[in-house]
Design a binder for this molecule. Sequence first.
Ligand code: F3S
Length: 769
Amino acid sequence: RQYDALQEKDCSSITPPYSKLLDTLDKVREVLPRNSKLTLAEKILYAHLRNPEECLAGSKGLADVRGQRYLKLRPDRVAMQDASAQMALLQFMTCGLPTCAVPTSIHCDHLIRAETGAEADLTRSINQNKEVFDFLESASQKYGIEFWRPGSGIIHSIVLENYSAPGLLMLGTDSHTPNASGLGGLAIGVGGADAVDAMADIPWSLKAPQVLGVKLTGQLSGWATPKDLILHLAGKLTVRGGTGRIIEYFGPGVENQSCTGLATIANMGAEVGATTSAFPYTASMKSYLEATGRAPVARAADYAAAQGYLAADEGAEYDQVIEINLSELEPHLNGPFTPDLATPLSKFKDFVKENGWKDDLTSALIGSCTNSSYEDMTRVASIAEQAKAAGLQSKVPFLVTPGSELIRATIERDGLQETLEGVGATVLANACGPCIGQWNRNEKLGEENAILTSFNRNFKARNDGNLKTMNFLTSPEIVTAMSFAGNLSFNPMTDSLDTPNGPFKFSPPSGQRVPDKGFTPGDLSFSPSPNPAPVPETEIAISPDSQRLEILEPFGSAFSNGQRELPKMKCLMRVRGKCTTDHISAAGPWLKFKGHLSNISENTLITAVNDEGGEVNVAFDAEGKDTIPNIMKRQKAAGQPWMLVVDQNYGEGSAREHAALQPRFYGGAMIVARSFARIHETNLKKQGILPLWFANEADYSKISAMDDVETVGLANILKGDLNAQVTLRVTKSSGETVEIPTKHTLSSDQVDWIASGSALNSIRAKFAN
Ligand code: F3S
């Protein structure tokens, strides 16, 4: 097989408009108090402000902006994956615009199901999802969107290899969009309706985040990897620690990291709820840009860096600083069931024993958008080579997911794929596969078992639909080494394995950041032409009797006839404990209905726990007990608006906007939480659901199923008084009334969304005028 070298690309549509950004930043400095010292995150965000004077006027300093003001931004680019793009496009179509206002790309990755291996899986998945891919391709053609067809790779890997750039601000309809920040920009995960803002040239609004500084000193060595840094940090910060914040890394330890290693760190910033992560421009970013055919972007970035754009101001102030000495970092394994349960490798054996888990590894999975860089693959290949020389084979199914065709073709050319297959690995398609539950796992159905993955997320049932599968997140190096032991108690840094030639101990892995021979693009037909012109006459492919795609009908507003409070609602249930977007709108088999709101809504909250009774997928109404979706449907059919009471960090996890669309579709009008995850809270507002926070968290238990709930004071907010608060008047079945104070985070634009019934209604009204 011939391997083409990667050619230098046309970089005109992917180079950030640095001169314009620098001009905006100059204006920002004129508006802010003199001598304000900006963090890098603030520089990039503020350089993308549409109107710095309006956004920052009168601020007494940065502390007066962070967490206080809404920034109205103009992102440079949008990327969408095949599952979330369906609804984003269906929403964009309702705006009636001829093209996208910013370069946009679509990536077919989530719908590819892993079963036997790359080729067969890809062919089967394309056949099974043909109508969805046809829809996405036709809409891409109509609106001038770059379409990356199935098999081309995972959204975040492709974005890092092709679109991301230092100082860029981009949005992606996937929660791991921050992966692209590994190249020195800011990439933020949003719901489809936010992406539609950028695509329609509507100001994209973000509450100015706080900035958490992470100072890196020392140097990684041996088995420790960038993945271990973020696993360790997740343990410190917990899944809520990054909420409302950008994590900005600085210090000498940043310079030593590979660009793809920084991407891994940024990728999993999503696991602590961070808006995104920021890194100053480094030499490894420059080499990565050059190695991926983007030398012109690197030259432009050199210029921007010389103007001071791509690093924080000297003396920049952070809201909090955490210091990590990389020289002291050891490999970590996080889980099960939550990414913040961090255990250092040296304590993992005891951890498994203390919990009484079977010391048995059942599958080892590496790759995905989180960890399939050339560096990752060369390091795992160095482990596989050692094992092969010692006569070892992987003791468990060992699955490898390359992030992109670029990576797949390059590891094939360089013999790494052969090395991995030589110890028993199966290379899957360049797609999400088992990371998102697209894994036809035939063994261990319903059984308690443990898997190790180099992925980023490990909520229950995420990978194989089995609630009892314990997924421990770790580096690809540790996954690979432990696959040869087949158990959880093996520590590859200290323990030996028995071989026919006596005990064998691994040496620390070694690898290479970018290939000596350069990357090869592989199958060139996977790469779309850059910035294609829209073809307005293209007919968008949606069959009227499709079970996968459904034209979206706008939601109505609850505030007709001058009404300024929400109509009286029934409390549908009190959701107990962790409720991620996976709980609200499950993935796995449901992914196929992403473009069909009526069908996918059948999964609403089916894994949520009802605090009254502790049962899963159970709620009650006047007719009695039923599944949660059935109760919601009954309320909708009766024209009865309803609300939910939810716990801490409601909606954490992915940017899945279906988690907001579905309750809205069934007539949900309000959700009151102990706290919300940022993206999900915004998604609720976009769909016209009012999110409120309990002023006192203990009030959570004061509202019960089928209580009548009314808002008091919402009218003042709708009139423009953002300082006003809403009190909930709750009437119990006994007739007793309770008043519960709440807080809100609505901006004036968001008030408009709630009043109009959805952000799209409000956009449409603006275009109509
Ligand atoms: Fe796909 Fe998993 Fe990444 S679902 S985008 S590989 S987090």
